[in-house]
Design a protein around this ligand. Structure first.
Ligand code: SF4
Ligand code: SF4
Length: 70
């Protein structure tokens, strides 16, 4: 079975820039409907079962929003 990862977001720091969404090779992330206290639409997990824990998303995020756990 392929390795699985779990991604966690410090959502209040997310600016909804979408860089992590584009960085994810598995299409796990998307910009959802929820808005944080700063008024940004925040990133969400769309299909966590596809996450491999590669951490490309976390490396891409300029605001250190994402932590990846394996
Ligand atoms: S760890 Fe990799 S597979 Fe998982 S959400 Fe981030 S970029 Fe996508
Ligand atoms: S790269 Fe960071 S700030 Fe941009 S949408 Fe993803 S989690 Fe939010």
């Amino acid at each position: 079975m392929a390795k699985k990862g779990i991604v966690k977001f410090r959502e209040e720091r997310c600016k909804g820039c979408g860089l992590c969404v584009r960085a994810c090779p598995k299409g796990v992330l998307h910009i959802g409907d929820r808005i944080n206290s700063k008024g940004y639409t925040v990133v969400e997990v769309r299909d966590g079962s596809r996450c491999t824990g590669c951490a490309f998303c976390a490396e891409m995020c300029p605001d250190v929003v994402i932590s990846v756990f394996k």
